[in-house]
Design a protein around this ligand. Structure first.
Ligand SMILES: [Zn+2]
Length: 631
């Protein structure tokens, strides 16, 4: 038994605890003593205070009420209005998961209903939200987790042993080192290896979808050995940050992935979509749904501001990054106060339709690793309000002349922002009630948004929780689920707005719509996200109007002539130059060193020199395969 468990048990009266183990960094104790379960007289709290680790006391599976009776009892206790859909028991862990549309009503005032369930059945209730828009993917993920609950229990216990059983590599001089395997002076394939004497942790594991020759991170770097990897942290779901993760499982990694629950769900969806796109393009997918499932089995979800040990000397906390649903800044505490870092990944330091601005306050901070997608002096975005007006104008004009508006977007983030914006315009009577077609994956990701409203900003939460008015459920939004429906919209439908992936016109339905809509002057194409060099979107946006799509067998080019009007609206989930500088200046405490990444070469360097000059902070902009010793 682990030393830490021995220590805990020595502080509890003999015979009270029947079993003890780990669930990741959480320590779980089981008791057969009913009275001790309901009232341990503050003993557990005292231990938590002294060892500073999370401990949960659960009833031993031997003493809980039998399944059938418990289910009946739970259904009787929970009010009808809660919209309960499922009750799933996890008998080995004495837990019962209740799915309901209104979790608040299952919890009750100050948790009174939960308490009643515990008292009458002894099961420990966990409440999960049933999304109001049905989402097959969330259901799929939940069933993978339930089907593998036995494996999962063992995996979490093993993870706990890795964290608590002390140092396997031996305590040496303390140091902290970062190696850029991807995302150094470029946008895409973010992947950084964090090493300490004890730990090997990856921060993100992305791909670069716009550039085949630089698609994957440098896992062949001498520092990286997959068999030594302790943990992976995924900042957010975009493929540039998560797209290579299932590949690690293909090559035998079986350790944990840490991220928020929306990140887990959205990235699984994006990975499945990537496999589909590769197959459609006649390529061999780099992984399959088996590896994506394996990834889900090993994912440990964290809420914002939940402090968690992930190895003996690394402790992380995720904070809101304001960039997309579930996106996180990763605060990393190394050793016992040795060094504190924040890895921002992609961040938005400004309020958006969906999210609160990125967090700036941290308990401690010495090194800040910040993105620079829009890091150059001239990357200043016009005010969001202006852009909202512009979008309104584009939509109104296009609809008036009987055209269609095509908006290629990333599946997540911008698409939902645009939906909220259009919904508000319709609500306020500023544009006619027109159908807004939300294609395939954008629809699924919207459904995931409805499952995690607690990650959205105050305004939307208020609308959803207090006014029961969820903008995502507006009838103007219509799901497009098949190629046949897509064809109907293109051929017969009148004026409308189409929101579809991919955002850079690299595969996905947006390209299908473009092929059908590009020739008609009445239609409009609106770019609303970053267009990476090499992508079709980038070429059209910079002004190319005759694009060779392919060659026929005789070598004759098939040219697409773009006649539709092309616009760009500059609203982004990234911070612009001003916001990045503001962010650095508002970071509290102020970092002693700033490392700039995730930006084109010149933008990284420009931001680095400006931060250095303006704030007198040491800066560095590493290239891929460079390492930095931060302590
Ligand atoms: Zn992103």
């Amino acid at each position: 038994m682990s030393e830490i468990l021995k220590e805990i048990l020595s502080k509890i009266p003999e015979g009270k605890i029947s079993d003890a183990g780990f669930e990741g960094a959480n320590i779980v104790l089981y008791t057969k003593d009913k009275d001790f379960f309901f009232d341990n007289k503050g003993i557990i709290k005292e231990i938590v205070n002294s060892i500073k680790k999370r401990i949960e006391l659960r009833p031993d599976p031997a003493i809980v009420l039998e399944l059938e009776k418990s289910e009946k009892m739970i259904k009787k206790i929970i009010p009808k209005e809660a919209g309960m859909s499922d009750v799933i028991f996890d008998p080995q862990r004495s837990r019962v998961v209740v799915h309901a549309e209104k979790p608040g009503l299952v919890i009750g005032k100050q948790g009174e209903i939960l308490r009643e369930i515990r008292e009458k059945t002894l099961w420990v209730p966990i409440i999960k939200r049933t999304p109001p828009l049905r989402c097959k993917l969330i259901e799929g993920i939940r069933s993978v987790l339930y089907e593998n609950s036995d494996y999962r229990r063992k995996f979490l216990n093993k993870t706990g042993h890795r964290i608590y059983d002390g140092w396997i590599r031996g305590k040496k001089n303390e140091w902290v080192r970062l190696s850029y395997l991807g995302g150094g002076r470029q946008v895409g394939r973010s992947c950084i290896l964090l090493q300490t004497p004890e730990s090997r942790v990856l921060l993100d594991c992305g791909i670069n979808i716009a550039n085949d020759s630089e698609a994957y991170p440098f896992l062949e770097a001498p520092e990286f050995k997959i068999e030594e990897l302790d943990a992976v942290i995924i900042s957010h779901a975009h493929l540039g940050h998560s797209g290579f993760l299932p590949y690690l499982y293909k090559f035998g990694y079986r350790g944990p992935v840490y991220c928020t629950a929306p990140t887990r769900d959205i990235m699984s969806l994006l990975h499945l979509d990537l496999v589909k796109i590769m197959r459609n393009e006649g390529k061999d997918p780099i992984y399959t749904s088996d590896e994506i499932k394996e990834m889900v089995k090993h994912t440990i979800c964290l809420g914002y501001e939940e402090v968690t040990d992930i190895t003996p000397d690394v402790r992380i906390t995720l904070y809101n990054a304001g960039h997309m649903l579930g996106s996180s800044l990763v605060h990393i505490h190394v050793g016992n106060g040795l060094h504190n870092m924040v890895y921002t990944a992609d961040l938005k330091y400004g309020k958006t339709m969906l999210l609160e601005p990125a967090e700036t306050k941290f308990p401690r901070l010495e090194t800040l690793m910040i993105e620079s997608t829009y890091g150059a002096r001239d990357n200043v975005m016009p005010p969001a309000k202006e852009q909202d007006e512009l979008l309104k104008e584009i939509i109104t004009n296009t609809l008036k002349r009987g055209g269609k508006v095509l908006m290629p977007t990333l599946g997540s983030g911008r698409a939902q922002e645009v939906m909220i914006l259009i919904e508000a315009l319709v609500q306020e009577g500023k544009i006619d009630t027109i159908p807004v077609y939300v294609d395939g994956m954008v629809w699924d990701i919207t459904a995931i948004h409805t499952a995690y409203p607690e990650f959205l900003n105050r305004n939307i939460r208020k609308q959803i929780f207090h006014k029961d008015n969820n903008p995502f459920l507006s009838p103007i939004f219509k799901e497009v689920g098949s190629a046949k429906e897509r064809k109907q919209i293109i051929e017969s439908g009148g004026p409308c707005v189409v929101i579809a992936t991919s955002g850079m016109l690299v595969g996905g339905p947006s390209v299908e719509y473009l092929k059908a809509l590009h020739g008609d002057k009445k239609n409009s194409l609106v770019f609303s996200c970053y267009q990476a060099e090499g992508s079709l979107g980038h070429r059209i946006r910079r002004g190319d109007r005759e694009i060779v799509m392919s060659h026929d067998p005789s070598g004759r080019p098939d040219v697409m002539k773009i006649n539709m009007e092309v616009f760009k609206i500059e609203i982004t989930g990234h911070s612009d130059r001003k916001e990045l500088m503001n962010y650095v200046s508002r970071c509290n405490p102020r970092p002693k060193k700033v490392i700039i990444n995730h930006g084109e070469n010149s933008r990284c360097l420009d931001l680095a020199s400006s931060i250095h000059r303006q704030f007198r902070i040491e800066t560095q902009a590493p290239r891929n395969l460079e390492s930095i010793r931060v302590k």
